[in-house]
Write a protein that binds this ligand. Structure first.
Ligand code: NAD
Ligand code: AKB
Length: 308
C-alpha cells in the first residue's frame, strides 16, 4: 500500500491521480490535515506531527511506500516560523522513524529554497554550500540532511527532488512564493487582470506540474545503484520573469498585469534564477517536455474549460 501525506495540496492533488492510475485506486491512501471534500478514493485524516497516530495509520494499513508532501511553504513559513519548523522538520522526523520501523521506501521533496544568496544564481549547481535565509529554506536543508542520514545510517531508500516553482491548473496554491505564476493564469482567465506580488523583472525557475509528476515517478522507478544523490536532485525545465509570463499570457487573451511587490519579493530575491540539473539528466535520464509556450496553452485551455 502507498500513503500520500499532504495529499490535498498542489502536488498531492495531481500525484494521487497519477499513482491511482499507475498502481490502482485501491492501492493508494491519501491523507491530510484538511477534510477530504469530494476526494475520490481512500482517505485518512492525519497530522504528521503526531507520531502515535501517524505510526498507527501506517501499521493498520501495511504501508510500504510513502510520498511525504505534508509541509508549510515559504510565504506561510516566514509568517509562522514555529509551525514551519514543526511540520517540515518534526513531521519529517516522524515519517522517517516510521519508515525505519516499517522498512518503507520514501519520497520526500525538497525545493530550490535550499539555496541562499551566496550561490551562483544562474545555472545553480547541484553541489554548493547551502545557506538559505528563509525559515522555509532552512527547514528544507534540514530535511535533506535528515533524509541522507536515514539513507546512510539506516538503509532507508529515500528519494527527493529540489522542485522549482510548480505551475498547475487543478489546484490554486496558497502559502508559497512562486504562487504568483499560477495565480496569474487563474486571474487572467477569471478577471482579465492580476496584481502580481513580485516585480516584473523577478525571474525564477519554474516547471509545469505534468513534468514534475513524471519526474517524481521516474525518480522513484530508477534503479537505486544508478543514483548518485538521494534526497536532493536539482531539477529544471524553464525560467522566466514575471513580465515574460504576463506577455506570454497576453498573447492568448486580453490581460493586464500590474506589479505590487510585498514581503514575498525578499524571499524570491534570495532564490536561484535557473538550475543546473545535469545529475538528474545523467543518473535517471530526466528530460522536461514543457516550455513556457506549451505550458501556457495547456493552462489556458484547461482553465477556460473549468470556467465555462
Ligand atoms: P501545499 O501547501 O499545496 O500542500 C501541503 C499539504 O500539507 C496541504 O494540503 C496541508 O493541508 C498539508 N499539511 C500541512 N500541515 C500538515 C500536517 N501537520 N499534517 C498533515 N498534513 C499537513 O504544498 P505542495 O505545493 O503540494 O508541496 C508539497 C511538497 O513539495 C512540500 O514539501 C513542498 O516544500 C515541496 N515543494 C513544492 C513546490 C511547489 O511549487 N508546489 C516547490 C518546491 C517544493
Ligand atoms: C514556494 O514558493 O514556497 C514553493 C517552493 C519553490 O518551494 N513553491
Amino acid at each position: 500500500m502507498i500513503l500520500v501525506t499532504g495529499a490535498l495540496g498542489q502536488i498531492g492533488t495531481e500525484l494521487v491521480l497519477a499513482l491511482q492510475e499507475k498502481y490502482g485506486k485501491d492501492k493508494i491512501i491519501a491523507s491530510d490535515l484538511k477534510e477530504p471534500g469530494n476526494y475520490n478514493g481512500e482517505f485518512v485524516k492525519c497530522d504528521v506531527t503526531d507520531l502515535n497516530s501517524y505510526d498507527k495509520i501506517n501499521d493498520e494499513n501495511g504501508i510500504k511506500i510513502v510520498y511525504h508532501l505534508a509541509a508549510i511553504l515559504s510565504a506561510t513559513g516566514e509568517k509562522n516560523p514555529e509551525l514551519c519548523r514543526k511540520v517540515n522538520v518534526n513531521g519529517l522526523e516522524n515519517v522517517l522513524k516510521v519508515a525505519k520501523k516499517c522498512n518503507q521506501r520514501l519520497f520526500c521533496p525538497s525545493s530550490i529554497a535550499v539555496f541562499g544568496p551566496d550561490v551562483p544564481r544562474e545555472n545553480t549547481p547541484q553541489n554548493v554550500e547551502l545557506n538559505p535565509e528563509t525559515v522555509y529554506g532552512i527547514t528544507k536543508v534540514k530535511g535533506e540532511e535528515l533524509c541522507d542520514l536515514y539513507f546512510n545510517e539506516h538503509n532507508i531508500d529515500v528519494r527527493g527532488i529540489r522542485y522549482p516553482g510548480l505551475i498547475s491548473w487543478k489546484h490554486r496554491p496558497t502559502g508559497g512564493t512562486t504562487d504568483y505564476a499560477v495565480e496569474m493564469y487563474f486571474d487572467a482567465i477569471e478577471n482579465g487582470k492580476y496584481e502580481c506580488f513580485v516585480s516584473e523583472d523577478t525571474r525564477l525557475p519554474m516547471m509545469f506540474m505534468d513534468d514534475a509528476i513524471r519526474a517524481t515517478l521516474e525518480l522513484m522507478d530508477a534503479p537505486l545503484d544508478s543514483l548518485n544523490y538521494h534526497s536532493n536532485y536539482n531539477l529544471s525545465s524553464m525560467s522566466f520573469s514575471a513580465k515574460e509570463l504576463a506577455d506570454e499570457i497576453s498573447s492568448h487573451i486580453d490581460f493586464e498585469c500590474t506589479y505590487q511587490p510585498d514581503y514575498r519579493q525578499d524571499i524570491a530575491n534570495t532564490w536561484p534564477i535557473s538550475i543546473n540539473d545535469e545529475d538528474a539528466r545523467n543518473d535517471w535520464k530526466w528530460e522536461p517536455k514543457f516550455d513556457i509556450s506549451k505550458m501556457t496553452e495547456e493552462m489556458i485551455t484547461n482553465l477556460r474549460r473549468l470556467n465555462e
